[in-house]
Design a binder for this molecule. Structure first.
Ligand code: ATP
Length: 513
C-alpha cells in the first residue's frame, strides 16, 4: 500500500509535471500558500466552476448569479463580524519556532484516535468476515466506544473554550493531552492568542484621503449587500438564491497542504433567502442536494461524510461540513450553514437601510433567513485531482499512470493522432480536430509512437484518443480508445461527436442523480 504522504507527494508532482498547478512566482522561490493554475489546471478549474454554476444557477429557476467586486466598503466587514471575530487561535512552539493553529493541533490529535477506531474496524472485519456488521460493531465494541467518548469529550471542551474565548483553557487542553510539535516533538508552547485573518490594503492616492480596505475573506458579503437590488430588479420571490464564484483572501496561519489551504483562493457560494422558521427544512434540503452534486461525479460514495459542527460561528444556528477523503484524511470540502437573519440585520444596522422582503401572501415584511452553501473551488480541484490519480498494474506486468478525471471535467476531451506522419494521415487528423473543436477542447499530437502518445494522454486525463490510420483513407473510420478501459473501437468519423458528447456532457453526469 502506498503511504498517504507518498500519495500526496505524487499528486503535487503530477500536478506540476502535467501542467496543472505551479507554485506562484516559482523563479523567485515561490510565495507561501499561493499557486498558479497552468494550461491544463485552468481548464479543469473552469470546468468544475461550470459544473457547479450549471447545477446551481442554470438548473434552478429560483437561483440567479452575481459577480460582486473584491473590494467592498470597509464597514461591510465591521457589520459582518469579520473585523472583530474573524480570527484563528494561534500557538507557537518556543523550541522549533513553528506556528500552529491551536484548534487544529487538538483536532489532529482526535483524528489519530479516529485512526485507531478504523484499525479496530479493519481487524474485526478480518475476524468476522462476511458476518461483520460495522454499525453494530461501532455501537457496541468497548474499545471503540471508549475512543469515541474520548474524542467527543475533547471536541466538546474545545468548542466550549473557543466559544467562551477561553484561550487559556485551549492551551491547558494541549498540555493535558501532551500534544507535541509534529515536526520537532517539543512540548514547549507559548500562550494561545487570536490572529485576524483579513489582509488589509489602502484605496486612494494621498496618505490623508486613503481609505483602509480589506481584501474580501469570503464572497458571501457581496451577496448580502446586493440582496435587495437583486430581489427587486429580478422580481425574485422567496425562497430564492443568489450564487457567486470569485476570489477570497485569508492570511492563514498554517498553510502547508498545497492547494487545500491557500492565502488566495476561489469560493463558490450560494445564499438562499427563506422565510424565518423554515431554516431546518432548507438546511436538510441543501445538505442532501449538495451531497448529490458531489456524488454525481462518481468519485466514490464512501469518500464523503457529514461533520456537524459542535462549535457554531457567531452567525449560525446550524452548520455542517461535507468532508472528503483527501490523501491526508477526511477534511472539510464544503460548508452548509444556516445563517439566520444575522447578516442582513447587521447590514441594516450599520447602513441604516432596510433590507426586508415584502411577502405578498402574508401581507407582511420580514428580514429573510439565509441558508448558505460554500465550497472552495481549489479544494474541489484537489479532491478531484487526487482522487483521479491512479497507478494501474497492467496484464503485461507494466504499470500505467492514469488520471481518471470525471470526463465532464477533463481539460481536453479527445486527442487526435495520425498513426504516422505521412501519406496524408496528418491532414485527415487535423480536419477531425477542426471539426470537433467547435464542440470540445481537442488536442492534436503526431510525435512518438502511438503507444507513447496514449500514455501521455492517460497521464493528463484525456478521456478519448482517436487514431487515424491508412484504412481511414478508404472507409472514413478511425480507432477510438477509451482512457479508463483502454478498449478500442472502430467507428465512423461522423459518429465521433455523438460518442464523445454522450460521455462528457453536463446532462449525462448531472442527470444521474
Ligand atoms: P477551514 O476550517 O478549513 O479553515 P472554514 O470553515 O474557515 O475552512 P469557510 O469559511 O466555511 O471555511 O469557507 C467555505 C469553503 O471555502 C471551505 O469549505 C473551503 O472549501 C474553502 N476554503 C476556506 N478557506 C480556504 C483556504 N484557505 N484555501 C482554500 N479553500 C478554502
Amino acid at each position: 500500500m502506498i503511504k498517504q504522504d507518498d500519495q500526496f507527494k505524487k499528486v503535487i508532482s503530477h500536478a506540476k509535471e502535467y501542467g496543472y498547478v505551479f507554485q506562484s512566482s516559482e523563479i523567485y522561490d515561490g510565495l507561501s500558500a499561493v499557486y498558479d493554475y497552468a494550461q491544463n489546471g485552468v481548464e479543469l478549474k473552469k470546468n468544475i466552476r461550470d459544473y457547479w454554476w450549471k447545477a446551481m444557477v442554470q438548473m434552478h429557476d429560483n437561483i440567479v448569479g452575481i459577480d460582486a467586486a473584491i473590494f467592498m466598503h470597509p464597514t461591510t466587514w465591521k457589520a459582518s463580524g469579520h473585523v472583530d471575530a474573524f480570527s484563528d487561535p494561534l500557538i507557537d512552539n518556543k523550541d522549533s519556532k513553528k506556528r500552529y493553529r491551536a484548534d487544529v493541533l487538538i483536532e489532529d490529535y482526535c483524528a489519530k484516535i479516529e485512526n485507531k477506531i478504523d484499525k479496530e474496524v479493519i481487524k474485526a472485519e478480518k475476524r468476522f468476515g462476511e458476518a461483520f456488521n460495522k454499525e453494530e460493531f461501532l455501537s457496541t465494541n468497548g474499545r471503540v466506544l471508549a475512543y469515541q467518548e474520548k474524542i467527543d469529550t475533547i471536541l466538546k471542551r474545545l468548542g466550549k473554550s473557543l466559544e467562551n474565548e477561553d484561550l487559556a483553557d485551549v492551551k491547558a487542553l494541549i498540555e493535558e493531552l501532551e500534544i507535541a510539535d509534529p515536526l520537532s516533538g517539543s512540548k514547549n508552547w507559548t500562550d494561545v492568542k487570536q490572529f485576524n485573518l483579513m489582509f488589509d490594503t489602502k484605496l486612494g492616492a494621498s496618505a490623508e484621503s486613503a481609505m483602509d480596505l480589506y481584501l474580501r475573506p469570503e464572497t458571501a458579503q457581496g451577496i448580502f449587500v446586493n440582496f435587495l437590488n437583486v430581489q427587486k430588479t429580478g422580481r425574485m420571490k422567496i425562497p430564492f438564491g443568489i450564487a457567486q464564484t470569485g476570489k477570497a483572501f485569508r492570511n492563514e496561519i498554517v498553510a502547508r497542504q498545497f492547494i487545500f489551504r491557500m492565502r488566495e483562493f476561489e469560493q463558490m457560494e450560494m445564499q438562499f433567502f427563506i422565510k424565518p422558521g423554515t431554516q431546518k427544512e432548507w438546511f436538510d434540503y441543501w445538505k442532501e442536494t449538495r451531497l448529490k452534486w458531489h456524488k454525481s461525479l462518481g468519485m466514490g460514495d464512501d469518500n464523503y461524510r457529514f461533520h456537524d459542527h459542535e462549535k457554531l460561528a457567531h452567525y449560525a444556528d446550524a452548520a455542517t461540513d461535507i468532508e472528503f477523503k483527501f490523501p491526508f484524511g477526511f477534511k472539510e470540502l464544503e460548508g452548509i450553514h444556516s445563517r439566520t437573519d444575522f447578516d442582513l440585520k447587521q447590514h441594516e444596522d450599520y447602513s441604516g437601510k432596510k433590507l426586508q422582503y415584502f411577502d405578498h401572501e402574508d401581507n407582511a415584511s420580514y428580514t429573510p433567513y439565509v441558508l448558505e452553501t460554500s465550497i472552495g473551488l481549489d479544494r474541489m480541484f484537489l479532491a478531484v485531482f487526487s482522487n483521479s490519480l491512479v497507478e494501474e498494474e497492467l496484464e503485461n506486468n507494466t504499470t500505467r499512470t492514469v488520471l481518471k478525471l470525471p470526463a465532464v471535467l477533463a481539460p481536453t476531451k479527445a486527442a487526435v493522432f495520425p498513426l504516422v506522419k505521412k501519406d496524408g494521415l496528418p491532414e485527415v487528423a487535423k480536419q477531425i480536430v477542426d471539426d470537433l473543436k467547435w464542440s470540445f477542447n481537442v488536442f492534436y499530437d503526431e510525435k512518438d509512437a502511438v503507444g507513447k502518445r496514449y500514455r501521455r494522454q492517460d497521464a493528463v486525463g484525456t478521456p478519448f484518443c482517436i487514431t487515424v490510420d491508412h484504412d481511414t483513407l478508404n472507409d472514413n473510420t478511425v480507432t477510438i480508445r477509451h482512457r479508463d478501459t483502454m478498449e478500442q473501437k472502430r467507428v465512423k468519423i461522423a459518429e465521433l461527436k455523438n460518442i464523445i458528447d454522450a460521455e462528457v456532457s453536463f446532462k449525462s453526469w448531472l442527470s444521474t442523480i
